[in-house]
Write a protein that binds this ligand. Structure first.
Ligand code: NAD
Length: 264
C-alpha cells in the first residue's frame, strides 16, 4: 500500500497553462506520489509550464514540438538517460487551424487536414513507439479525445475526423503493446474552457448545451479528468486497455433531451 503512484515515473505532454487538461491529470498524479517530467511547445508556453512543473516537484522540463521528430528523439533520449524506465505517458495534444474550426467540414483544406491529423493523431503513435521502449516493466498510456469523433458536433469539423482516427489508433496500439504489459486508453472529456477548447467555434454554446443536457448538469473541471487519468494510469485500472472512457457528465448516452429541458 502507500500512495497509489509512489515509485512511478511518467511523462506529461500538453500543458500550456493551468487550465490545460494535461495539468489537471498531472496534479492528480503528483498528489498520489508520481514523479513527473513535462514537455512544452515553444518558449512562451515553457515560461508558463516551468512554475507548474516545479509545483508538482518535477525536475525534468523538456521542449518538444511533435511536428519535429528530432525534438521528440531528444526528449526521449533525456528520459532514457535520466530515468531509464518509464511507467506512464499522458498525451494531451491537438491542433487545427482556427479558421477551419468553424463553418463546414466539407471545406477543409488538404494542408490543414494533414497538419491536424499529424499533430492530433499521428503524434500519439509516434510518442507511443518511443515510450514503449522505456516501459520495460509494463506501463500505461492515455490520450485525450472528444465525442465529436463519433457524432457530428458543430464546428469541430476536421478535428472530429482526427479524433476518430486517434480512437482507432488507441485500439491498434493496445494490441501491439499489450504483449509488453502496456495498456493504452483514451479519456473522452466533455467540453472544457481551455485554450484549445475555446478555439472551436461557438464554444460557449457547446459548453452550455452539454451542461444543460447531460445527466450530470454541472461543468466538467480539471479534477474530474484528473481522477480518470489517475485511474487509467495506475493499477486501479489493471486489465483495462483499448477503452474510450467518457468524462462528459454522461452526455454521450443521450439520444434526445426531455421536452421540459428545452423549455427551461
Ligand atoms: P490546451 O490548449 O491547454 O492544450 C493543448 C496542448 O497541445 C497545448 O499544450 C499545446 O502546446 C499542445 N500542442 C499543440 N500543437 C503541438 C505541437 N505541434 N507539439 C507539441 N504540443 C502541441 O487545451 P486542452 O483542452 O487541455 O487540450 C488537451 C487535449 O484535450 C487535446 O487533445 C484536446 O483535443 C483534448 N480535449 C479537449 C476538450 C476541451 O473541451 N477542452 C475536450 C475533449 C478533449
Amino acid at each position: 500500500t502507500g500512495p497509489l503512484m509512489k515509485g512511478r515515473r511518467g511523462l506529461i505532454m500538453g500543458v500550456a497553462n493551468d487550465h490545460s487538461i494535461a495539468w489537471g491529470i498531472a496534479r492528480a498524479l503528483a498528489a498520489h506520489g508520481a514523479e513527473l517530467a513535462f514537455t512544452y511547445q515553444g518558449e512562451s508556453f515553457g515560461r508558463r509550464v516551468k512554475p507548474l512543473a516545479a509545483s508538482a516537484g518535477s525536475k525534468l522540463l523538456l521542449p518538444c514540438d511533435v511536428t519535429d521528430p528530432a525534438s521528440l528523439d531528444a526528449a526521449f533520449e533525456t528520459l532514457e538517460k535520466e530515468w531509464g524506465v518509464l511507467d506512464f505517458v499522458v498525451h494531451a495534444i491537438a491542433h487545427s487551424d482556427k479558421n477551419e474550426l468553424k463553418g463546414r467540414y466539407v471545406d477543409t483544406t488538404r494542408e490543414n487536414f494533414l497538419r491536424t491529423m499529424d499533430i492530433s493523431c499521428f503524434s500519439f503513435t509516434d510518442v507511443a513507439r518511443r515510450a514503449a521502449k522505456l516501459m520495460t516493466r509494463g506501463g500505461s498510456m492515455v490520450t485525450l479525445t472528444y465525442g465529436g469523433s463519433t457524432r457530428v458536433m458543430p464546428n469541430y469539423n476536421v478535428m472530429g475526423v482526427a479524433k476518430a482516427a486517434l480512437e482507432a489508433s488507441v485500439r491498434y496500439l493496445a494490441v501491439d503493446l499489450g504483449r509488453h504489459g502496456i495498456r493504452v486508453n483514451a479519456i473522452s472529456a466533455g467540453p472544457m474552457r481551455t485554450l484549445a477548447g475555446s478555439a472551436v467555434g461557438d464554444a460557449r454554446f457547446v459548453f452550455k448545451w452539454n451542461k444543460t443536457h447531460a445527466p450530470i448538469k454541472e461543468s466538467i473541471e480539471l479534477d474530474h479528468v484528473g481522477g480518470a487519468g489517475l485511474y487509467l494510469l495506475s493499477d486501479l485500472s489493471a486489465r483495462v486497455s483499448g477503452e474510450v472512457h467518457h468524462v462528459d457528465g454522461g452526455y454521450n448516452i443521450i439520444g434526445l433531451p426531455r421536452a421540459e429541458e428545452l423549455k427551461a
